[in-house]
Design a binder for this molecule. Structure first.
Ligand SMILES: Cc1cc2nc3c(=O)[nH]c(=O)nc-3n(C[C@H](O)[C@H](O)[C@H](O)COP(=O)(O)O)c2cc1C
Length: 172
């Protein structure tokens, strides 16, 4: 029960069963996507969903020029997809060469292995100056075939993210 606020906060967060999603986007024919643990429904009428993207990620850079994002909810068997999208960066590998996908609304890639998903149009991009930006989505398409037990943070804590939190995307 002792320790710094940061340590205690981390321990507290580590006890929560956070479901994992893969967020994809595209702009100007460039595709990107990453594993995301920071996401939640944030509106009812009309429905809204918030995701948070790290400024370290390629998905953030591509997403900054995109209005459309797909949110794929991972099932317990989707560990390999989580690894592809969470432990590799599109700055180094073409993730969409390594999985099967279909082009959706606005050119956004829909990962074929993850049929429980929705596509959303961005209604807000909120930057509080921290290491993640909040993107609020209005669902425009949704598909559901039954998820079962979601893949959670517990299943992927060992993954080393493709980019560390303090890295930043740079113009090329
Ligand atoms: C368990 C876990 C949770 C993560 N949660 C987020 C998140 O909420 N938002 C985010 O932008 N990145 C998150 N990441 C990091 C990215 O998925 C990871 O750095 C990815 O390799 C970035 O790929 P990109 O550079 O192609 O966008 C998480 C990674 C892991 C392993």
């Amino acid at each position: 029960v002792t320790g710094s606020v940061e340590e205690t906060f981390d321990t507290l967060m580590g006890e929560l069963v956070s479901p994992m999603v893969v967020v994809t986007t595209a702009s100007g024919g460039t595709r990107a996507g990453c594993l995301v643990g920071f996401h939640v429904q944030c509106g009812l009428e009309p429905p809204r969903y918030a995701i948070w993207l790290s400024k370290a990620n390629r998905t953030y850079k591509v997403g900054a020029l995109s209005e459309v994002f797909a949110v794929h909810f991972l099932a317990r068997g989707d560990r390999a997809i989580a690894e592809l999208f969470g432990a590799a960066t599109g700055d180094e590998v073409d993730k969409f060469d390594r999985c099967s996908w279909t082009e959706g609304e606005g050119g956004v890639p829909l990962v074929d292995a993850c049929p429980n998903r929705f596509t959303g149009r961005r209604t807000a991009w909120l930057d509080a100056g921290d290491d993640h930006v909040c993107i609020v989505l209005e669902p425009v398409e949704a598909e559901h075939v039954g998820l079962g037990r979601p893949l959670s943070l517990f299943d992927v804590v060992d993954l080393e993210p493709g980019h560390g939190a303090t890295e930043r995307q740079r113009p090329r």
